[in-house]
Design a protein around this ligand. Structure first.
Ligand code: BMA
Length: 335
């Protein structure tokens, strides 16, 4: 039995595994939980992040508008399933420490694929930030009302910046995936460290795509998903893996276990994907055949995990697992 290290969350959204289900992960029966037009101007709401907040939940949502612009919107929920999403995008402000410099990184080109990480008493948000191409934007909030933005973490081009929920060996720690300006046909996950959330270095390779048919679903590129989950066996990382088919990219989800002190060391990694596009809302949408996890809620008392994922770049769904279901599966079928 593996143990999640963290707080209990008795009100985690949850459904028991359906009888006869052989997979380590199962979908919420009410999926998709967020429809594409949940706010009046949205074309699609997907690849979004949620976190426990006060006695309920808060989130930062990727809402692409009917102009097909990409921006981040705050939202709140009592149960993690029914969400109220604000109709105006988050306006990030600087910390006021150096207003001239802040004008530079506060320029808005586009924002998408947020993650939220509670760390040092702040809710940090990382996202894919347009700054002469995609890179990793960083901001934080205390209340999901006022949002501060700080320096971009990396040079362009980069995507899927995912913070760890505590310092490791005294340093902040972030996964990311260097990329290009387009629909990148490559991609490995790296980890970087920072003393202050501004200057990032000591970059280490974590893992890359698998170029042979041991695991073809992750043969083109991979990228970190939710904030890594601390367990007594290591960091449990859910990630997306992509294959290039004659119809384009197909996005699935896998899991890996990273060393707790040296998170660039992979202890176990999925050979088989654990969630792939199978339901209609995952198979059909603005970008067909995409499941894209960006957030997970965990309950340390029961080992339950609720994963929030974008479906076909159009709507948002939840899938459930437990720390044991996932770890047992990836250990049984390792790469
Ligand atoms: C990536 C990002 C994701 C998206 C995925 C599939 O490059 O744009 O937001 O889910 O492509 O279209």
């Amino acid at each position: 039995m593996a143990r999640i290290i963290g707080d209990p969350l008795p009100n985690i959204p949850w459904e028991d595994k359906p009888k006869g289900c052989k997979a380590p992960i199962w979908r919420y029966s009410g999926n998709p939980i967020i429809k594409r037009d949940a706010i009046p101007t949205s074309n699609s709401i997907f690849n979004s992040a949620v976190i426990r907040y006060k006695d309920g939940f808060a989130g930062v949502f990727r809402c692409d508008s009917k102009a097909l612009s990409m921006d981040l919107f705050a939202g709140f929920s009592k149960d993690g399933i029914n969400w109220d999403i604000e109709e105006t995008p988050i306006q990030f402000i600087g910390e006021g420490k150096n207003p001239d410099e802040e004008q530079e990184f506060l320029k808005r080109e586009y924002r998408y694929d947020p993650r939220i990480c509670y760390l040092d008493g702040k809710y940090y948000i990382t996202w894919c930030n347009g700054y002469h191409g995609p890179t990793i934007g960083v901001g934080y909030t205390y209340d999901f009302k006022t949002f501060y933005q700080i320096e971009n973490a990396f040079l362009p081009y980069n995507r899927n910046g995912v913070l760890f929920p505590r310092k490791i060996n005294g340093k902040y720690c972030m996964l990311s995936r260097p990329s290009d300006t387009g629909h990148t046909p490559f991609g490995d996950i790296f980890v970087s460290f920072s003393p202050d959330m501004v200057f990032w270095g000591k970059h280490r390779h974590v893992m890359g795509p698998i170029k042979d048919d041991r695991s073809a679903w992750q043969s083109t590129k991979i990228g970190a998903g939710p904030i890594p989950i601390e367990t007594d066996e290591g960091w449990l990382l859910f990630y997306h893996g992509v294959i290039t088919t004659c119809n384009g990219f197909v996005y699935r989800m896998g899991a890996a276990l990273l060393d707790i002190d040296k998170p660039w060391k992979v202890k176990v990694r999925s050979r088989y994907y654990i969630l792939g596009p199978e339901e209609l809302y995952e198979l059909a949408g603005d970008v067909p055949n995409v499941v894209f996890p960006c957030a997970a809620l965990t309950d340390s008392a029961t080992g339950r995990i609720a994963i929030y994922y974008g479906c076909a770049d159009t709507v948002t769904g939840i899938a459930f697992t437990t720390v044991d279901e996932t770890l047992n599966y990836i250990k049984k079928y390792p790469l």
